[in-house]
Design a protein around this ligand. Structure first.
Ligand code: AMP
Length: 292
């Protein structure tokens, strides 16, 4: 039985007021920020939130400041009604679905930058992306006043950026990382998989195959980061229609590329398949739930 009746809030000021009321009533609040087009990966975050809070808040906002000028902002998939139905099936209490003009009033100039963690990997190809992410999540934390927030390991660099921002700016918000949910064939679930034709979907399986091969090397005792990167590159290169953007084997806390064998690593990649830019990763020698 839900503690509060389901509601949709669109105005930032109304969201903040509602969150304050719920806190005053002693409720423990969880937030799950998303850009909508929900799939089972998002729903796993909602279920994790449901298990750890009295009130589960889903935010749906396609955040313009995290898209570059030539990226897919205008064609990003949107289905608010479908998203709300799926999320309510996971025990959602409140959906916050603001408009861009309300989140970024004209002339907005204040942004949140998490410096070193935003630079490597996806940061090199998407300048400003993580500043857009940190800025919007900072706004969402101010408006939803969560005790706990849930993000996926799928976007590993984003998770580390936000855990760092939370530690420095929102020390009372616990940021929980949740494991990657995959299709039965291994492809990491993503709203952008909707851009793939069925042939491209098959091609994209090279990404998870490459990461699995690196994981198997690790399980067999390989610790040389260049061998791990090389294994991923080799598997992905066997599918010519997949264009690798980068393969990284980095320290999971700092995201600094490993130059020597280490006891833990995050092996990540980004690649273009058809119209989609896809990312995936595997964490070696540690579990995402141990990161904070
Ligand atoms: P997005 O809507 O793509 O911004 O994602 C919203 C949240 O869902 C982020 O914390 C993502 O890391 C998370 N997420 C996306 N895909 C997956 C997945 N396959 N498994 C787990 N979490 C995911």
């Amino acid at each position: 039985m839900a503690l509060v009746p389901f509601e949709i809030v669109r105005e930032p000021a109304a969201m903040r007021a509602r969150a304050e009321d719920l806190r005053r009533d002693g409720r423990r609040l969880a937030v799950v920020p998303t850009m909508g087009a929900l799939h089972d990966g998002h729903l796993s975050l909602l279920r994790a939130a449901r298990a750890r809070a009295d009130v589960v808040i889903l935010t749906i906002f396609v955040n313009p400041t995290q898209f570059g000028p030539s990226e897919d902002l205008s064609r990003y998939p949107r289905d608010e009604a479908g998203d709300l139905a799926a999320a309510r099936g996971c025990g959602l209490d409140l959906a916050f679905c603001p408009e861009a003009e309300d989140m970024y009033p004209p002339g907005s100039q204040t942004f949140v930058e998490v410096r070193a963690l935003s630079q490597p990997m996806c940061g090199e190809k998407r300048p400003g992306h993580f500043t857009g992410v940190a800025t919007v999540v900072s706004k969402l934390f101010h408006l939803t006043r969560p005790h706990v927030a849930f993000f996926g390991q799928k976007d590993f660099q984003q998770l580390r950026v936000l855990q760092t921002m939370a530690r420095e700016r929102f020390p009372r918000v616990t940021v929980v990382g949740c494991p990657i949910v995959r299709e039965p064939d291994g492809l990491a679930m993503s709203s952008r998989n909707a851009y793939l034709t069925s042939d491209e979907h098959d091609d994209a399986l090279a990404l998870s195959r490459g990461l699995r091969a690196a994981q198997e090397l690790w399980q067999n005792g390989e610790r040389d980061p260049e061998r791990l990167r090389g294994e991923v590159r080799e598997v992905v290169a066997s599918v010519p229609r997949v264009t690798l953007e980068y393969v990284s084997a980095a320290d999971p806390l700092t995201l600094v590329e490993l130059g020597a064998p280490a006891q833990r690593a995050v092996v990540s990649l980004a690649a273009r398949v058809g119209k989609a830019r896809l990312i995936d990763n595997v964490l070696l020698g540690m579990d995402v739930k141990d990161l904070s």
